[in-house]
Structures are given as C-alpha cells and as structure tokens.
Design a protein around this ligand. Sequence first.
Ligand code: HEM
Length: 389
Amino acid sequence: MDSGFRANPYPSYAGLRRKQPVVQVDPGGFWAVSRYDDVVHVLRHPRLFTSHGFQVAWEPAWLGYSPMAHSMLALDGEAHQRLRTLAARVFNGTAVRRLESRIRALAAQLAEGLAAQGEADFISAFAMPLPTTVMGGLMGLEASLHGRFKGWADDLASITPEPLNAAHATRVRTTVEEMTRYLTEVINARRREPAEDLVTDLVRAEVQGQPLTDREIIGFLVLVMVAGLETTVHLLGNALLFLAEHPDELARLRAEPMLIPRFIEELLRYESPVQCVLRFTTAETKLAGVTIPRDAVVMAVIGAANRDERRYSEPERFELHRELPSLAFGHGAHHCVGAMLARMEAQRGLEALLSRFQGFTRLSREVPWNLSFAVRGPASLPLRFIPAG
Ligand code: HEM
C-alpha cells in the first residue's frame, strides 16, 4: 500500500529477483515469486499451484454466494476446461473481428468528444467508455447499466475473509443480489427470445452435451465484466501516460501507425496492467531452492517477471522491437481468453487518438495509481489534447 512502491515498484521487483526470488512477504502471509521461469513454472502446474482457493477467497461465509467463485478463473481440470472451451469459442478470432468496425467507430466518436472538450480526464472520457460499451454490447446488456459495471466490479474486488464493517457487508451483499437478479432476468429473457449476443450464445451452448447452469452463465458473465474492463482501461491509460511522457515515441507511432501493435506488446510487458496472479499450493514444494508449505498463497508477480534480466536484455528499457513475448496475459491453462479483444480495443483506440491528435499534455504531475497492487494504471489522467494539423 506504500505510495512510493505504487509509483515505481520496479526497483523493489529487481531486488526481489536478485536476492529473494521466492519469499514469504510477511510471516503467515503470501509467497512472492518474481523471476520469469519461476512464474511460468507456477502457472504451468495447476495441480500443485491451484486456482481453487479463489472459491474460498471470493465466497467467504459472511457472503454465502458470489458469482466469481463459480467462474472459470476459480476452477481447474475438467470443470475449468468445460467453461474454457466455450470461452475460446466465444472470443475466437472470427468473433472478435466481427466487433472491429464497431470498436473503430466508437473509438473515433470518443476521440471526437475529446477534441470538442480540448481538456479532459482521459480515463473517464475514453479509456473507460471504450471497453465498457464494447463489453456491454457484446453481452447484450442495456446501455443504461454500463455505468454500473465499474461499481459492481469494485465491490466484488473488495471481498475480504471478514467484512470490513457492517456497511461494507451490506454494500457487497446488495451488489451480488442486484447483479444476480438482473443477469437471471436477462438469461430468462434470452431463453424466451434469443438475440445476437453473448448471453444467447451461453444459453444455447452445450459443453459435452450438457447446457450450462444459470450459476455457470452468471459466473461467466461477471468474470468477463470484471476481467475485461479494468485491465483494458489500464492498458489504454498506461499507453497515453507513456506517450504524453515520450513525445519521440509518439511522433514515431504517428509517422508509422503500423508500429502500434508492437508498441502495445512492449507496453504490456513494460507496464503490465495485471501485476500479479494468485495460486494456492496443494502440497509442500520447492521452488528456486526455497520450500513453500502446503496451503500457501503464492503470488506470481507478472510485473516483476516481465522485467527479468534473465529473459530480456535491458529489461528496464522500453524497446519496440523485442522478439520475446511477455506474461502480461498470463500463461498456461488460464491464459487470458480476452487477449485478442483487448489488443483489438487498444489498437483501434490508439489509431483513433493518434490520427486525431498530434500530442497530449499532462495537466497534473501527480499520477493517482490504482490503489490495488494487483492492477497497474492511472485512476485518472487529466490531459490537454492537441489536435492534428
Ligand atoms: C485471464 C490479463 C483483458 C477475460 C487473464 C489472466 C491475465 C489476464 C493475466 C490470467 C489470470 C490467472 O492466471 O489467474 C488481461 C489483461 C487484459 C485482459 C492484461 C487487458 C489488457 C481481458 C478481456 C477479457 C478477459 C478484454 C474479456 C473479454 C479473461 C478471462 C480470464 C482471463 C475470462 C480467465 C481465463 C481462465 O480462467 O481460463 N487475463 N486480461 N481479459 N481474462 Fe484477461
């Protein structure tokens, strides 16, 4: 929670990689794994480093039921594969390309809005509405609800083993009830009257001859809403922050828009929107010579692994032409199913911005980084938008 660490976690990561690549952060606390190969090892061995622990973490006794605990992110093995196969179908290349023209038009419209304002908070005026509208449209949810997604996602992310206080417990319970009630209504409506959207796909879907249960469908939708929004918002926010700070890189991209996909890949490595993912050990194990006990919480620090000098030359340098991919979208069985969509949103988003504006001037020196350690990006980013000549 230290603000200096949030502003720049990279020197601490370098120290961990060098001196304590596998370390228990506090007595009784989680274990941080920071080197690239060790993070890959953790993510490649789901039997030993399971995701099941999320079920307990996301569905504590005081809450009773929580949709995320029934999503694929909290499952392993066959149960995970069942939902994953379906997700891969829904978010495959053809499905994502079908969204392309809508994303391009939306990005252009949002960029026009910024031009009309001249100065605006990039996060609330562009980075947030782009993925929220794309996701809401994809799911077929009413536009009036799109603004509620973030509040819902924040409440779900705030779930702790014990409620922080009575007000917190009431708020989270109300959110879960509200989401569940609303999504159940949408599911029933699509059963009666199918539409061209994700909910209809999920209602119709059969995996190994079995339809999905309502809880599985709700878990799927809520996971996509939580996993697909803040992450993409931060990718866009990190991109604009970087370009505002590096006019030379901005000029290069404006001159050669073909480089935008490479820029996004390197940015994903350099400022990973997801800084870490959690796993739970099912048995005592050794990693980098350190013994981790059974039932330990292991934090695979993607943000540190992506700057590992054992894998990348001069990892602290932003270098457009790197060959090696990063772990920004995870690795192994749970590798991000939305990666293609996220890349498409970022690419079309940046294209619209770079063709409409020749520069972005920061209006505040402070960067209010997201308070959560798990995700990295500015919570707000006031900018002046300088129109292209
Ligand atoms: C999983 C990152 C965008 C849906 C993951 C994981 C990471 C990640 C690191 C692995 C989690 C783990 O191993 O525990 C990102 C980043 C994004 C992004 C950096 C944007 C820049 C999206 C989008 C969607 C999405 C747009 C939805 C369309 C998912 C889902 C999973 C996932 C459903 C779980 C997959 C599974 O459990 O098998 N993401 N994501 N993500 N992501 Fe993304």
